[in-house]
Design a protein around this ligand. Sequence first.
Ligand code: PAF
Length: 278
Amino acid sequence: MIQFSSLDDRPLDQPSPSVLVPTMGALHEGHAALIRRGREIAGHEGNVTVSIFLNPLQFNSSSDLATYPRTLEADLLLCRSLGVDAVYTPSPEEFYAADHSISIIEKSLSRTLCGSTRPGHFEGVCTVVLKLLNTLRPSDAIFGKKDYQQLAIIKRLVRDLGVSVRIHGVETAREPDGLALSSRNLMLKPEHRKDASRIHRALLCARDIREAGEHRPEVYLKITRKHLVESAPSEMEIEYLEIIDRETLVPLAKVAGPALLATAVIYDEVRLIDNIEI
Ligand code: PAF
């Protein structure tokens, strides 16, 4: 008999790990890093499933959904080359019943950052993720730290609703110039793609400021903002730039413990997010 008091120590339903990497397709090296981590966790005995599902519930605008890149053939090739065991590619009609009427609302962590400008986005994310976890029943699921808020909300979802899965966060994969890999990078105009490397450079400044012993959030924000906007193209706009607690995602009054500097930047219609742990 096994006694366990923490969910992290509970016996697995399955004898070997069965790992899920949820995606919306248009796979790139960032997803490859998630899949490789999944493969490591699964080992020889376990299996890795990638879901490719462009979830309509998490898009605020129909034009954003319509223009989101779709590259299924290439995605399947990448999955095969990375040793993925199964790829789940439901259509929206298969996935959601025509009269589906239940969704999951997170009421705290989703109020800030991306949640404040994308109403319903995290409701769509929570609903699809819970349904994927219930449908595929993985022992482990992998998410990227680029979507830090999403990762925090999914951990909360699993904790609060007692979902039997371990959630893993994987570091953000970057282009050589520092731009965080994202399916949306494909939608940038060439001049905006070139300029977008400033985002990571600007965020990196925060680490130097921390090393200098600075505690005032306004100092971090002022310097980072300056780097973000200085000689940026006029079409570039900062949607948010916040210095927050890593657990609660609440803006900090003093930078003392582990913090996160997070931003969303828009070039024309293309919205990019990034963050750095400081
Ligand atoms: O991060 C994503 O690609 C999506 O939000 C996810 C987690 C696959 C849910 O649709």
